[in-house]
Design a protein around this ligand. Structure first.
Ligand code: URA
Length: 208
């Protein structure tokens, strides 16, 4: 299984609070945003740098700046929205696309119902955000679609993953690195990650 588990103590501590059934929507949203920001730090660890000359109050010097790589963030609706602002706090210049995917109850195949992406897909590096990587169907479909539109560099950011979802992404998209704060035990018969945290969308938006 190819997956990068981000095991920073702050992330693990906050994830435990997020999982707790006693955590209400306000705190859940705040924690999720904080975790997303910390995870974005890891996902952007290898961004290329270049030298630039600046002048400090003391002397001229050559210093490093990001080499202008264009980034795109694509939350999968609706739970992905809960992590976007955390990522944007670290990468404010990133463009944000949105993708909505549901699973057809008859074919069980993912169907895209909404898609709005930056115009220059082929020139960007993308972070697809799917907090709960369950079967992996929605993420794989979103990555398929980004690739069809020309995207070449894609990372997948999750909060909690099921082994089934990680395997599916590894199989369908071996070039896509999967980052998560935890790989849980399994998926139950209703498609929930166990132990997981319940329905991430409901917990973010208080719809249950
Ligand atoms: N989506 C969720 O929100 N939770 C799960 O456990 C699985 C999919």
């Amino acid at each position: 299984m190819q997956v990068k588990i981000i095991d920073h103590p702050l992330i693990q501590h906050k994830l435990t609070l997020i999982r707790d059934i006693k955590t209400g929507p306000k705190e859940f949203r705040e924690l999720l945003e904080e975790v997303a920001m910390l995870m974005a730090y890891e996902l952007t660890r290898n961004l290329p740098l270049e030298e630039t000359e600046i002048e400090t109050p003391v002397a001229k010097c050559c210093c490093k700046v990001l080499s202008g790589k264009k980034l795109g963030v694509v939350p999968i609706l609706r739970a992905g929205l809960g992590m976007v602002n955390g990522v944007l706090r670290l990468i404010p210049a990133a463009k944000v696309g949105h993708v909505g995917v549901y699973r057809d109850p008859e074919t069980l195949k993912p169907v895209e119902y909404y898609c709005k992406l930056p115009t220059d897909v082929a020139e960007r590096e993308f972070i697809v955000i799917d907090p709960m990587l369950a079967t992996g169907g929605s993420s794989a479909a979103t990555i398929d679609m980004l690739k069809r539109k020309g995207a070449k560099h894609i990372k997948l950011m999750c909060l909690v993953a099921a082994p089934e979802g990680v395997h599916y992404i590894n199989e369908q998209h071996p070039d896509v690195e999967v980052y998560t704060a935890a790989v849980d035990d399994h998926l139950n018969d209703h498609g929930y990650i166990v132990p997981g945290l319940g329905d991430a969308g409901d917990r973010i938006f208080g719809t249950k």
